[in-house]
Write a protein that binds this ligand. Structure first.
Ligand code: SF4
Length: 385
């Protein structure tokens, strides 16, 4: 297997893009894939309620049954027909997943699934929820912000550092003094009592100064690093298995292999939300149920395992991703998902982030990836590490 050594985390410069047009899909703007239309739902901060979970499951059943959990903790449904879109939009709107027709694609915020529920949390879960709600409201209330690129991302960190490796545009981090550090790379870092107002001001500033084709703050002229450049080697906290909360309740986390979820898994999560838990999805392709009453975690974890999820920490699936590949994309040069699944069996759990692509477009590859494997037209694989 020939090996080419490059930096797989290198960003594409705005000027290198084939088009300055931002093609990020949303619930009202589908992506046309080989297997039909794809729509993307953005659970704000990774939080998702029972009705929204059932709506995504229902959409998957209209499509080809596939639900993808993305590196931004978004949920994608594939294989839809044009006639599906209008009824689905109405359903998504009723559940809160389609919060705003104009701002759907700019509602990008993620947080640790256990934010406010870790030993090192400097803001409790109520403060995290309040911040996310206020940020969502503020983004949607400003008509100018409807033009933010679909890749512009807010990351909310409870001070535990659980999201330290996420490539944020604007990072809002809780501090011990009750204030928030708001970091935006070349646009500056400040300590604020009103982090939402600061984040909105930064979004407006980015729109005012960005050159054509710039989608991220790190792409502004003069930027030498991302606002929160992925910290290679930073240990990410556990998200799989039974996770004890400081308040005596439990959380359980399970990993979706290569980011695929079954509609039935979403129904299962919704059932648990109906029993009092809260559901979360994460950028590490995990689902979580938090605030489980003592004694419930074992049974819930077993049910998640039975639905096809990985519930044991320390497997080769962690940090391993692949593009949609054959059956979903006409550009696929190889059965990339089968190849990546074979790799999972031999890959050490602590191996660096790794992404497999079925063609050189490398869809889904994020800057955090340290080993990129790409199918070649001659049937081989190119490895960048
Ligand atoms: S990387 Fe290539 S094969 Fe994979 S989804 Fe993207 S375009 Fe399709």
């Amino acid at each position: 297997m020939p090996v080419t050594v490059k930096d797989p985390s290198a960003r594409r410069a705005p000027s290198d893009r084939a088009s300055a047009h931002d093609r990020c899909p949303g619930l009202l703007r589908p992506h046309e894939a080989q297997d039909g239309l794809l729509v993307r739902a953005r659970p704000f901060g990774g939080r998702i309620g029972a009705a929204a979970l059932r709506a995504v499951a229902g959409a998957a059943r209209r499509g080809n049954g596939i639900v993808e959990l993305t590196a931004r903790a978004n949920l994608q449904v594939r294989g839809l027909a044009a006639a599906d879109l209008e009824p689905l939009a109405a359903t998504f709107a009723a559940t809160g997943l389609l919060r705003s027709a104009t701002h759907d694609r700019v509602r990008n915020a993620l947080a640790d699934p256990l934010a406010g529920r870790r030993v090192g949390s400097l803001a409790d879960a109520r403060r995290i929820d309040a911040l996310l709600d206020a940020l969502d409201d503020a983004l949607c209330a400003d008509p100018r912000l409807a033009t933010l690129p679909g890749r512009y991302l807010h990351v909310i960190d409870d001070g535990s550092g659980a999201t330290a490796t996420v490539d944020a545009d604007v990072r809002l981090t809780a501090r011990p003094d009750g204030r928030w550090e708001v970091g935006a790379g070349p646009l500056g870092t400040r300590v604020e009592t009103d982090p939402v107002a600061a984040a909105v001001a930064l979004a407006r500033r980015f729109l005012a100064v960005r050159p054509p084709g710039a989608w991220r703050i790190a792409e502004l002229p003069g930027a030498c690093a991302t606002p929160s450049a992925p910290a290679a080697g930073t240990a990410a906290p556990p998200l799989v298995g039974v996770l004890r909360q400081p308040d005596g309740r439990d959380a359980v986390g399970a990993l979706a292999p290569l980011g695929r979820l079954a509609a039935e898994t979403l129904d299962l999560l919704a059932d648990e939300v109906g029993r009092g838990a809260r559901a979360r999805v994460s950028h590490r392709r995990t689902v979580a149920l938090v605030d489980l009453e003592p004694g419930r975690a074992g049974g819930v974890l077993a049910a998640l395992a039975a639905s096809g999820l990985v519930v044991t920490p320390g497997t080769g699936w962690e940090g391993l991703t692949a593009c949609a590949g054959r059956g979903a994309c006409g550009s696929a040069l190889a059965d990339v998902r089968a190849a990546a699944a074979a790799r999972a069996a031999e890959r050490p759990a602590d191996a660096p982030r790794e992404h497999w692509s079925a063609c050189p477009r490398r869809c889904g590859q994020t800057p955090e990836v340290r080993r990129a494997v790409t199918a070649r037209p001659d049937g081989g694989w190119e490895v960048q590490a």
